[in-house]
Design a protein around this ligand. Structure first.
Ligand SMILES: [Fe+2]
Length: 398
């Protein structure tokens, strides 16, 4: 990256870092059971929520206890199960239409990252009916309060229940972009471990490594503070200790620990940002419709390796926090062990080491998208422009 652009990126990130203590972040009110949602809605005078979920969750009947609880309380609801992986502008528009025609007054996002993103974007479009979602891409472009939103994660990964981001794919161009605004932080979230109990192993694995990627990218970035570092360290430790057991549903403690880890990692990255792993991953999953967690998981060790010794000190601290080494060992040794352990965890979870779908002719466009998403916003340890980012795709395809 050219020096002048580097300076601009670092100044931009510095301004956000300085503003961090005064920015209006908030933590959602946390509930531990879906049965508590009707009371939370009543408290706010909400009587007709739109539940945004996907067809698989609906078919599994995961929303039934919530629906029964709403009925018991005399709360009407409308169910939209059209959120699919990598939700598109067209899906969001369908949800908005349902919200309006059925006279809904609030939203319940129920599912993994896709229903969460879809529900947040639905709320944004309800709040800003004259503005397209594409025009809300970037930072602080929503600028209006969304309808009351309760977030119910059914995966332990995205941390979306506490983040200010929604990721949407343009239905026509397949361009995947991120909408970031404080109004997208759900005011209420439910961490109910029963909801992740039936998740298939590969989904638990990919979403769990997504959470690890959030924690690591936030931690190695240059905009951390002691709270986000602590959250990222705790999340990393919980993931190394629990993900393998949670993936095969060995115990409810492991499942609950993963829900907490994903939440902490979400809290860390919504304040301290992610980095190029996410920027590249978004361009890949937008282009080839690949699951976000899977692409992140494959990219995580590749990009960490490419950052080189610039991140050794931070990886070393993270390794100690995660119990992978002792304070006092050499940074380089600890950083290497951290990387080896990430690879070992990926291998144990059967996550592929490559992304064979990548086509050489698509790389320049995807790298441009990643550049646009990452620069100047993400306070990454090493700055790369589109040309330099292309190397990540070429390493990942091998
Ligand atoms: Fe992610």
């Amino acid at each position: 990256m050219r020096l002048i652009r580097k300076l601009y990126c670092r100044l931009f990130q510095g301004a956000f870092r300085l503003a961090l203590p005064i920015l209006p972040y908030r933590d959602p009110k946390l509930l531990t059971s879906v049965e508590d949602i009707p009371a939370a809605l009543s408290e706010k005078g909400k009587l007709n929520p739109l539940i945004v979920t996907d067809a698989q969750i609906n078919a599994l009947g995961l929303t039934r206890p919530l629906e029964a609880a709403l009925k018991r309380r005399g709360i009407d609801y409308v169910l939209f199960d059209g959120a699919r992986p990598n939700p598109t502008t067209a899906m969001v528009e369908r949800a908005v239409e349902l919200y309006r025609t059925k006279g809904c007054d609030s939203l319940i996002a129920f599912g993994g990252g896709s229903p969460m993103d879809c529900a947040k974007a639905t709320g944004a479009l309800v709040a800003r009916p004259k503005k397209s979602l594409g025009k809300m891409a970037g930072i602080l472009k929503v600028r209006r309060r969304l309808p009351y939103l309760v977030a119910v994660p059914t995966t332990a990964g995205t941390g979306s229940e506490t983040t200010l981001a929604a990721v949407i794919v343009d239905a026509k161009t397949r361009h995947k972009y991120v909408i970031n605004d404080f109004f997208l932080i759900p005011p209420c979230a439910v961490l109910d471990p029963r909801l992740i109990h039936s998740l298939p192993r590969d989904l638990m694995a990919a979403t769990g490594i997504d959470a690890l990627t959030h924690a690591v990218e936030a931690y190695i970035g240059r905009s951390t503070n002691k709270h986000t570092r602590r959250d990222a360290e705790e999340a990393t430790a919980l993931i190394f200790a629990n993900l393998k057991a949670a993936a095969v549903h060995e115990s409810q403690e492991a499942e609950a620990a993963m829900l907490r880890a994903a939440h902490l990692a979400g809290r860390a990255f919504t304040r301290s940002y992610v980095g190029y792993i996410h920027a590249v991953s978004h361009s890949l999953s937008g282009q080839y419709d690949l699951p976000h967690g899977r692409t992140n998981a494959t990219l995580l060790p590749i990009v960490l390796e490419m950052y080189g010794d610039k991140i050794h000190k931070k990886l070393a601290r993270l390794a100690v926090a995660a119990g992978l080494g002792q304070a006092g060992e050499e940074d380089q040794v600890l950083a290497r062990r951290f990387l080896d352990q990430v690879r070992a965890l990926n291998d144990a979870l059967d996550i592929p080491r490559t992304i064979p779908q990548i086509r050489e002719e698509d790389i320049p466009t995807m790298a441009r998208y990643a550049d646009k998403e990452g620069n100047p916003l993400y306070p990454v340890p090493v700055l790369w422009d589109a040309g330099e980012l292309e190397a990540i795709y070429r390493k990942a395809v091998k």
